[in-house]
Design a protein around this ligand. Structure first.
Ligand code: FPP
Length: 249
């Protein structure tokens, strides 16, 4: 459902509502943002990466406990080679800075997705970011890179099937919790709110299992590089107005 609430005045502030514990963001619209300015798509990704830092820090500052951002999907390898290369370069330069950058906000950096497809250099940076932030106490930031919801579920199934093969459990023992416990996000709460700017009404293989009861806020008129701190707060207020029933009445 698209919303036009940005035009209306805030009726409540963040201090008046229960914040979502976990927010997911599909950072969509970088390419169109660049195109509108006559710039190459990689300029849009650069602007998107800059905004990712701003919004991540703001989430941590307002008290969000978990943030998951979709940075690169298992399907994004199909993009033109020079765009994929530009994104890999951007990840590298960003991750070099992130080690210092998120220290002040006390952010724990984690990566979800299949890391083995990345260059050894990028894999080393991923490892360094995870290790040096692991003992922090603040917001957990999951960066979804080479991530696909279906791929994640298949991997979970394989792990569970191995336990059945080894006769540790029977097929009838398998529960929803077993599946959750074998996802990249094991031990974390499911996302309460998922935000997608740029007007696409799709899930795009993002947190498929975990989003069963997430509230979606889709922004029609905003591309990710222009998504502001104020818009984030408006999305949270919209979330707070929703009546979550989880299948009940
Ligand atoms: C989708 O927009 C965006 C991506 C596939 C890349 C997202 C990556 C970033 C914002 C950089 C983040 C950096 C780090 C280090 C996490 P699109 O290219 O599909 O836009 P379009 O739909 O307008 O073409």
């Amino acid at each position: 459902m698209a919303i036009g609430f940005f035009k209306s005045k805030k009726d409540k502030g963040l201090e008046d509502v229960i914040l979502p514990e976990h927010i997911g963001i599909i950072m969509d619209g970088n390419g169109r943002w660049a195109q509108k300015r006559g710039l190459p798509r990689k300029a849009g990704h650069r602007a998107g990466a800059k905004n990712f830092r701003t919004i991540t820090k703001h989430c941590a500052n307002i008290g969000i406990k978990y943030l998951t951002v979709y940075a690169f999907s298992t399907e994004n390898w199909k993009r033109p080679k020079d765009e994929v290369n530009a994104l890999m370069e951007l990840f590298k330069s960003y991750l070099e800075e992130a080690i210092r950058d998120f220290k002040d906000e006390d952010i724990v950096v984690r990566f979800i997705g299949d890391k083995t497809a990345f260059s050894p250099e990028l894999q080393a940076l991923i490892k360094e970011n995870e290790e040096c932030s692991a003992d922090r106490k603040g917001m957990v930031l999951n960066i979804a890179m080479n991530y696909g919801g279906r791929d994640e579920i298949v991997r979970a199934m394989r792990r569970i099937a191995e336990r059945v093969e080894n006769k540790e459990i029977t097929a009838g023992d398998i529960t929803e919790n077993d599946i959750s416990d074998n996802l990249y996000t094991a031990g974390q709460p499911d996302p309460d709110l998922i935000i997608r700017p740029s007007g696409e009404y799709r899930i795009s293989n993002f947190l498929l299992w975990q989003s069963a009861y997430s509230e979606y806020v889709i922004l029609d008129d905003v591309l990710w590089p222009d998504f502001s701190k104020d818009m984030l707060e408006q999305c949270i207020l919209e979330y707070a107005r929703r009546n979550r029933r989880f299948g009940s009445v």
